[in-house]
Write a protein that binds this ligand. Structure first.
Ligand code: EPZ
Length: 420
């Protein structure tokens, strides 16, 4: 198992290229199951979560080829059952349910268990499939969804915590091949949902309203192959902006980003006292002088993303004053806090709210990565820590960040990867 050693105190500057979005690529790869024809997907990041998805597609019978960032999938003949051994490794495997149900009118996938960022049910996905006339059964740890025929309907996907991203993706992927019109109300409006909708439209689907709370889908008989470029990863981009905020000396510029997808993050960083400049597909962050504490609440897009909450904790840990973060999407997503406290951060938790008293310096310490974003946040904390921060269990980082150590080293950080 690898570990990462972050030598604190090295200033960052220069530019870094942002990879394709993991959370777009995963459902888009699943959507290739909707056609017998080949699909070609570009800018697919080289991440372990993507490898798991490609393994699932191969298991289901698809021919999968990968040449650097381009993946070609042809799902001429498929089976409809994805086994526990592969599915358990990644919760997002659940997004093969929609396309399998759409194409074959049945799908069986191992039910995702709890996860370190909180209880993550799929009741809304199932409610959406029900709205298309499908039934489901839970048996031996698997969920089986099936329908004689899928018929469009009006489906409200609002849950207690707001809309569901993969739930919206799943219902959209099933509904494109349903008979008649489907309306998804309280749909997730994340850019990744829009990217999936754009890919489905290229395949011949009829979808309107992706990116709003109401998506309307006119079912078609069949879909064809298509070629698509995955959008830039806004969360990787946000993570590098925070790296620039924490350790930047001079400018840190991100290349191949969509600044419009990052507005809530750049607004927060601007309020914290940083200078942000967008220029086409480039986004630059620089320090202006004093930095300020923040109040932040995570919300569905276009609000501040839960996937950036841990990284902001790392920044605010050494920002003068008292900052307050409230996590509304995954209220227990604070595994990084106890690790940051071991580095000297002063953070207290009150239910879903973190109260962060900025300290002058963090000190390097051995810490444990618990989930993807928490692990990235610990690396960021290490950039400003005095001494060495040893981040263990870095396989979590490799699930969602392509070459994070090389990219940060390219900006001037000193990070080593070692076998633990
Ligand atoms: C997606 O997960 C992302 N994953 C997550 O990114 C991200 O944190 C999350 O959306 C929120 O933005 C992928 O895209 C692969 P949800 P998803 O369904 O779709 C509740 C990362 O770090 N809910 O939008 O699974 C749920 O418990 C990851 O890259 C139900 O109650 O999240 C949560 O409170 C981690 N019932 C809220 O809705 C359901 O059926 C939003 O979750 C589904 C969800």
């Amino acid at each position: 198992m690898d570990k990462i050693l972050v030598h604190g105190g090295h200033a960052l500057s220069g530019s870094v290229k942002i990879s394709g979005s993991k959370n777009s690529a995963l459902p888009i790869l699943a959507a290739t199951l909707l056609t017998k024809e080949p699909c070609v997907i570009h800018h697919v990041p080289d991440l372990s979560d993507i490898h798991y998805m490609l393994q699932i597609l191969s298991h289901l019978g698809a021919q999968v080829e990968r040449a650097s960032g381009t993946v070609t999938v042809q799902a001429e003949k498929i089976i409809t059952e994805a086994p526990y051994e592969i599915v358990r490794k990644m919760r997002a495997s659940v997004c093969v349910l929609g396309p399998l149900l759409g194409r074959e009118k049945e799908a069986t996938v191992s039910l995702p268990g709890g996860c370190v960022i909180g209880d993550r049910p799929i009741d809304l996905h199932l409610k959406g499939f029900e709205g298309l006339g499908a039934m489901h059964r839970i048996e031996a740890g698997n969920v089986k969804v099936f329908a004689g025929q899928l018929i469009g309907g009006v489906i409200n996907l609002r849950g207690k915590q707001g809309p569901t991203v993969l739930g919206t993706d799943n219902v959209m992927m099933a509904a494109v091949l349903a008979e008649g019109t489907t309306v998804i109300d309280s749909a997730a409006a994340e850019p990744e949902v829009v990217d999936l909708a754009n890919f489905l439209i290229k395949m011949g689907a009829k979808i309107e309203g992706a990116g709003t709370r109401r998506i309307v889908i006119e079912g078609v008989k069949e879909l064809h192959g298509a070629e698509h470029e995955v959008i830039p990863d806004r969360i990787e981009a946000g993570t590098f902006l925070v790296a620039g905020a924490i350790a930047g000396k001079g400018d840190v510029t991100l290349r191949r980003v969509n600044p419009a997808h990052l507005t809530s993050v750049t607004d927060a960083l601007t309020r914290a006292g940083f200078l942000l400049k967008a220029d086409g597909q480039n986004l630059t962050i620089a320090r202006t002088g004093t930095t300020k504490s923040l109040e932040l609440t995570t919300e569905p897009y276009p609000g501040f993303p839960t996937d950036m909450q841990a990284q902001m904790c790392a920044l605010l840990a050494t920002t003068p004053g008292i900052s307050v973060i409230t996590e509304t999407i995954f209220p227990q997503r604070y595994m990084h806090v106890s690790e940051m406290k071991r580095m000297g951060a002063d953070i207290s938790l009150n239910g879903p709210t973190a109260i962060i008293k900025g300290v002058e310096k963090l000190s390097g310490a051995p810490v444990m990565a618990s989930d993807l974003r928490a692990s990235a946040a610990l690396v960021l904390a290490g950039l400003q820590g005095q001494g060495i921060t040893e981040v263990n269990r870095v396989y979590h980082i490799d699930r969602g960040y392509e070459l994070i150590d090389d990219k940060l080293n390219g900006l001037g950080a000193k990070i080593e990867r070692m076998k633990a």
